[in-house]
Write a new protein. Structure first.
Length: 103
């Protein structure tokens, strides 16, 4: 009896959990890459945003979390970095304009 399996468990933005099982790791790794890139998963015909997902490898009675995909945290971090870059660019532009006005 083969009890090996891999799972991707996604916490969706509506508060529900969605689980995708597979007998091998390859399809789950591929799906994890898609979830990380798109920050969403297709359920039925709808694409739903993912807050966080985990990949679990199970063998018999033991299970191990292989990877964690913090979609919402990554999106927030990218937003903060973009806002900081924009603020720095505006500050440089204002400084350049002030120096130009002094001349």
């Amino acid at each position: 009896m083969n009890t090996k399996c891999s799972l991707l468990v996604a916490w969706l933005n509506d508060g529900t959990l969605h689980c995708v099982p597979s007998a091998t790791m390859a399809p789950i790794d591929e799906l994890a890459g898609i979830v990380r890139k798109e920050r969403a998963i297709t359920v039925g015909k709808k694409q739903i945003p993912v807050v966080q997902a985990v990949v679990i490898s199970a063998n018999g009675g033991a299970a191990t979390m292989v990877k964690r995909i913090p979609c919402a945290a990554e999106a927030n971090r990218e937003k903060i970095i973009a806002e900081q870059a924009k603020a720095e660019a505006e500050a440089k532009a204002a400084k350049a304009k002030a120096e130009k006005d002094l001349k």
